[in-house]
Design a protein around this ligand. Structure first.
Ligand code: PLP
Length: 397
């Protein structure tokens, strides 16, 4: 009889979204007229930019031309998009376009990258974390070390005391909304250089960075090309969550042990992609490249500003009421510390019952997310104001 992968049994964390759905359903059944506002969504709230939609439609139209038939594209992405990313995102960082691999969003890349590492690799993951890092490594049967993100370290992880082989970092962080500054990131790059470890740097929210001391890319840190892979996505920078396009950057200078030799990780990923991927659709890649036109930049930057305005309103509104919050300046997420007499879930219940607000309990992102709520700036500003007015009226213990 076929046997299942036993490591699936290690997936013990609480899957919060079905629980939230259930609680929401109960609320709707008990209070059919309630005006429930969702302030926790991790998905975009604005319509697709016109320039992107036009580029996709044009590309699809082009494919109807008998003289311009397109079938499978290159598994690593079309050179036109890879070159545009190199030119627009990595101009001063000497990243070659061949070091950029296009994918259908980075969630899959972040999970699939585990295939490049030996099964005995020790992996460090922040806690709280974006869940795919943990789950994909548990399924692969790897040993995982959790790096607590504590308030005394700005809700960010610090380099491990012990030796690990692979380290996941997410900056700006989902869920805490905090972005690492140059010194904080350098500490990890130095650790990786000293320990011959590899950093898997999830930079999905790079477009939200505003802080002058926050690196836009890990490759701004000296030595990072030798130790870091960077993942970026068009999902949140240009509203591609429903279109699917992202990219993984692997410098040819990044080597890992392979028996007695060292091999470039670039070669392994290139091989893996050519075996397992048939590429991303041509129209979607045309849509992605349109984000670098004048019109595309203008439209997508305007969307980011809109989201950041919602984050600012949450942050400042809650601070004015005496709450402690982190994040929200370089990220669409605000990490709201709940009053000490509540847990993440009990405060979730209060927000839902008393304010008709749905937010995300921090506990769902790991043990060290306990005591926090994640708010999302993918909430229209009028709804942010509604939410703040309701929270102001709360009678808390
Ligand atoms: N990484 C982080 C931190 C995210 O928050 C998300 C999506 O919410 C992803 C990766 C997934 O991005 P994509 O849509 O490109 O798969």
């Amino acid at each position: 009889m076929a046997k299942s992968n036993p490591h699936f049994q290690k997936l013990k964390r609480e899957y919060i979204f079905p629980i939230i759905e259930r609680k929401l359903l109960e609320m709707r059944e008990n209070h059919p007229g309630a005006d429930i506002v969702n302030v926790g969504v991790g998905d975009v709230a604005l319509p697709l930019a016109q320039s992107v939609a036009k580029a996709i439609a044009l590309a699809a139209e082009e494919m109807t031309d008998p003289s311009r038939i397109r079938g499978y594209g290159p598994s690593e992405g079309y050179p036109f998009l890879r070159k545009a990313i190199a030119e627009n995102e990595y101009k001063d960082l000497a990243i070659d376009w061949e070091e950029i691999f296009i994918s259908d969003g980075i969630n899959t890349d972040i999970a699939n990258i585990t295939e490049l590492f030996h099964s005995s690799s020790r992996v460090a993951i922040p806690d709280p974390t974006y869940p795919v890092y943990l789950d994909s490594n548990l399924i692969a049967g790897r040993k995982v070390l959790l790096l607590p993100c504590l308030e005394k370290t700005r809700c960010l992880p610090t380099p491990p005391q012990e030796k690990v082989d692979v380290i996941y970092l997410c900056s700006p962080s989902n869920p805490t909304g905090v972005a690492m500054n140059k010194d904080e990131l350098k500490a990890f790059v130095d650790y990786a250089l000293d320990n011959q470890a590899v950093i898997l740097y999830d930079n999905a929210y790079s477009a939200f960075i505003t802080g002058p001391d926050v690196p836009r890319s890990i490759y701004e840190i000296p030595g990072a090309k030798n130790v870091a892979i960077e993942f970026r996505s068009f999902s949140k920078s240009a509203g591609f969550t429903g279109l699917r396009c992202g990219y993984t950057v692997i410098s040819k200078e990044l080597l890992i042990g392979h028996g007695r030799k060292k091999v470039p990780l670039w070669n392994l990923w290139s091989k893996r992609q050519s075996i397992k991927s048939n590429g991303v659709s041509y129209p979607i890649q045309c849509g992605a490249v349109s984000c670098y036109t004048e019109e595309g930049k203008e439209e997508t930057e305007k969307q980011i500003k809109t989201y950041l305005a919602s984050a600012k309103a949450f942050r400042e509104g809650l601070a004015a009421m005496g709450f402690t919050c982190y994040g929200g300046t370089d990220s669409p997420y605000v990490w709201w510390k709940v009053p000490s007499s509540y847990s993440s879930w009990s405060f979730f219940d209060v927000l839902l019952k008393e304010c008709q607000l749905v937010a995300i309990p921090g506990r769902g992102f790991g043990e060290h997310g306990e005591g926090f709520i994640r708010l999302s700036a993918f909430t229209p500003i009028n709804k942010v104001h509604t939410a703040l007015e309701r929270i102001k009226k709360l009678q808390l213990n």
